[in-house]
Design a protein around this ligand. Structure first.
Ligand code: SAM
Length: 219
């Protein structure tokens, strides 16, 4: 796979058409980012031939890289433009951060598992994603020193929406987060505007747990 970039490009094109556009994601900048980011490099060599399948894949440490459609849906919901500063909680493989980095000005991403943080950081360097800043810590409390953010994406399921993250949204800022119990969650979008916070429900989903001070306390 790694040595056949044309085949990967064809698989990405098929992924975008059959899994993403077909399900209603239509923002051209999101589709173009999904066509560009080499997803197969964000999974282990043993799983490369499955990287463009319509499912999540394991990335070690009981964690997963999300299904391509979910990545596209969440990125579209963030309504990013090229001046936006984005915070991601849950770097994992780094794939979602890379997709956001194709669209936004800068992406700040936080991971609580040291080995995943290191692996993703190395990959960002190798792929020249110089607009991604990564950090190893509990992201459930956000990244106050770099706030406010135009968009915040949480890629792990929270028992409730952490207020500390809502408080780090800029005026006009968007937060997308899976909220629910440990078995299933709903994707929720919050927008901060002059009138306060507007909430929309985007549908069901299933994520690993957001652990930490403002997430689940037990694994
Ligand atoms: N966005 C990732 C990607 O593109 O591969 C997928 C994320 S995976 C579904 C969830 C990640 O959130 C895991 O790597 C997990 O360790 C991380 N996580 C869970 N709680 C966290 C916390 N409080 N702070 C930072 N990362 C957290």
């Amino acid at each position: 796979m790694k040595s056949d970039p044309l085949k990967c490009e064809r698989l990405r094109e098929e992924m975008v058409k059959k899994q993403i556009e077909a399900r209603g994601v239509s923002d051209p900048v999101v589709l173009s980012a999904m066509r560009k980011v080499p997803r197969h490099l964000f999974v282990s060599e043993a799983l490369r031939d499955q990287a463009y399948g319509d499912f999540p894949l394991p990335i070690g440490f009981d964690q997963t890289i999300s299904q391509p459609y979910i990545v596209a849906e969440m990125t579209e919901a963030l309504q990013l433009d090229e001046e936006d500063r984005v915070l991601e909680i849950g770097t994992g493989s780094g794939y979602q951060a890379a997709v956001c980095a194709e669209v936004a000005y800068r992406v700040y991403t936080i991971e609580r598992i040291h080995a995943l943080y290191l692996r993703a950081r190395r990959l960002f360097d190798d792929l020249h994603y110089h607009n991604i800043v990564s950090r190893y810590s509990d992201g459930s409390s956000g990244w106050k020193e770099e706030s406010p953010f135009d968009a915040i994406i949480v890629t792990a399921g929270a028992p409730e929406i952490p207020n500390t993250l809502v408080n780090q949204l800029a005026m006009g800022g968007r937060l997308v987060i899976p909220v629910g119990d440990r078995f299933s969650q709903e994707l929720v979008k919050l927008v901060r505007d002059e009138n306060g916070i507007r909430t929309t429900r985007l549908g069901g989903c299933r994520f690993v747990k957001l652990l930490g001070e403002y997430g689940w306390k037990d694994a």
